[in-house]
Ligand binder design. Structure first.
Ligand SMILES: Nc1nc2c(ncn2[C@@H]2O[C@H](COP(=O)(O)OP(=O)(O)OP(=O)(O)O)[C@@H](O)[C@H]2O)c(=O)[nH]1
Ligand SMILES: [Mg+2]
Length: 198
């Protein structure tokens, strides 16, 4: 891989975790910082309120060895899910190279998922980009809840029957590395030969 194969400005590849408030976005990054091999991890920066709700964003920076001396930096961002942080979400989403939508599988969060998904699409379109041009995967989180909606029903309700998805319990580390592998493949495959080593 050469520098010219990196995104336009040579910056890191940015993957944004979005979804309704408290769906488990920050928990994904926390679990990854435990589960990924330490040589790949760069840093985890968390900006949270006293109540553990994300205030602006969280950032987990990874460095993947690509052979020789070449390293590829991937930055995983979360955005705050609470409704009044709409502008913070838009700023982070604007430059996303890939999106992980962390849905909350609990039945009473159905409307919140639908609303958050529509907002992601609107933010991308407002930034002059086409949603279909940005690789995206769905993580159906909180599958451990007794009121979790079955995955086929949740996908249909979100209008995402044909999208790639992973079922997860982020608080137990289940499905989080798989989610990162899936989105990394989608983002990197068109740019270079890539087989995740994590
Ligand atoms: N039962 C269960 N709880 C989870 C799961 N994933 C996360 N949680 C819990 O859900 C709560 C919210 O998780 P966060 O990761 O802070 O959610 P968030 O999406 O970052 O929330 P905001 O930053 O406010 O948008 C925490 O108490 C987590 O421990 C899961 O798969 N199952
Ligand atoms: Mg958070």
């Amino acid at each position: 891989m050469t520098v010219s194969e990196r995104p336009a400005s040579g910056r890191a590849i940015r993957i944004v975790y979005c979804g309704p408030s408290e769906s488990g976005k920050t928990t994904n990054l926390e679990a990854l910082s435990q589960l990924l091999p330490s040589h790949a991890l760069h840093k985890l920066l968390q900006l949270a309120t006293e109540t553990q709700r994300t205030l602006y964003f969280d950032l987990l920076s990874l460095e993947l060895a690509m052979g020789g001396d070449t390293k590829l930096r991937i930055e995983l961002f979360t955005v705050p899910g609470q409704s009044f942080y709409v502008n913070a979400r838009r700023r982070v989403l604007r430059e996303a190279d890939g999106i992980v939508f962390v849905a909350d599988s609990r039945r009473h969060r159905l409307d919140a998922n639908i609303e958050a998904l529509a907002e992601v699409a609107a933010a991308i379109e407002d930034a002059g980009r086409d949603v279909d041009d940005i690789p995206a995967v769905l993580q159906l989180n909180k599958c451990d809840d007794e009121h979790a909606v079955p995955h086929h029903e949740l996908l249909a309700l979100l209008g995402c029957d044909d999208e790639p998805f992973i079922e997860a319990v982020a608080s137990e580390g289940r499905g989080v590395v798989e989610t990162l592998r899936l989105i990394s493949r989608h983002v990197l495959a068109p740019r270079m030969q890539f087989e995740p080593t994590f």
